[in-house]
Design a protein around this ligand. Structure first.
Ligand code: SAM
Length: 256
């Protein structure tokens, strides 16, 4: 018998829906976590969702550092199944999660999250709270999306920020901080630049079974590019922590 792979299970003609939420529910109910991430150049890579259900010992050191540093009222942006939020909550912290995926929100609630809302980053300005620490973990600093979208998103976060607020976010430098960039990525970066975008602006969507998410922009960027994005924004780069291995980093942004 041949083994079923994530790719075998993907529908060649997907229906647009909450693929990421369905993938998280599948892991949550013990039915497997083999999804995929599709990039708009046709690249489809397996995406194992079990990591979204892990506890601190299995997290990256950067995620542990960010959660330990989170203070006051915390907003976990793109909280997924709630791994960071639930840990903070267990430690008595006031933490609210938001996620654009209704399925992710349901799973986080079923796992015990007390305050999770189905809300996108662009709608954060309407929140009835003042936030001391914004968490954008699991590389979610990339939800800034693009050089074009980032200014409005950074401004929206500042609208609900308490004085002295911080954003603690992780991201990946896509340009070979970790060794040579594979040709298919180098070509993608070059095509982006030719179109006037930052090289690491990925247009991606999650796939799971017959479902595909809506396409969205996910901005992997170097720390120099991040510094440029913050220019003229309400936030300044206060600290950078490189990952002990690989091209990831944790950025601490402070309200000016
Ligand atoms: C890579 S996962 C990270 C999940 C979680 N932070 C973690 O590390 O376990 C990205 C999450 O961001 C959510 N997301 C994507 N776009 C978003 C947006 N515009 N606003 C809020 N959440 C978004 C996705 O639904 C998904 O749950």
């Amino acid at each position: 018998m041949t083994e079923t792979t994530a790719f075998d299970a993907l529908d060649p003609n997907p229906v647009v829906g909450d693929a990421f939420g369905a993938l998280l529910r599948s892991v949550h109910t013990g039915s497997g976590g083999a999804g995929a991430i599709e990039r708009d150049d046709g690249q489809i890579e397996p995406h194992d969702a079990y990591g979204y259900f892990t506890g601190p010992p299995e997290w990256s050191p950067l995620d542990r550092q960010a959660c330990a540093a989170a203070t006051g009222t915390i907003l976990d942006i793109g909280c997924g199944a709630g791994r960071h939020l639930l840990t903070l909550q267990e430690h008595g912290r006031r933490v609210v999660g938001i996620d654009v995926s209704a399925g992710a929100v349901e799973v986080a609630r079923e796992r015990g999250a007390l305050d999770v809302r189905c809300l996108g980053l662009d709608e954060v300005g309407g929140l009835d709270m003042r936030v001391d620490t914004f968490l954008m973990l699991g590389n979610n600093l990339a939800l800034l999306g693009s050089a074009a979208a980032a200014p409005a998103r950074l401004a929206a976060l500042a609208e609900v920020a308490a004085p002295g607020a911080r954003i603690l976010g992780t991201n990946i430098d896509p340009y070979g901080a970790d060794g040579p960039v594979p040709d298919r990525h180098a070509r993608y970066h070059a095509a982006n630049r030719a179109a006037g975008r930052l090289g690491g602006q990925l247009r991606i969507r999650a796939r799971f079974g017959r479902l595909a998410d809506e396409w969205f922009d996910y901005l992997l960027c170097s720390t120099d590019e991040l510094t440029d994005l913050l220019d003229g924004s309400p936030w300044r780069l206060a600290e950078l922590t490189p990952a002990p291995d690989g091209p990831g980093y944790l950025a601490e942004l402070r309200l000016r």
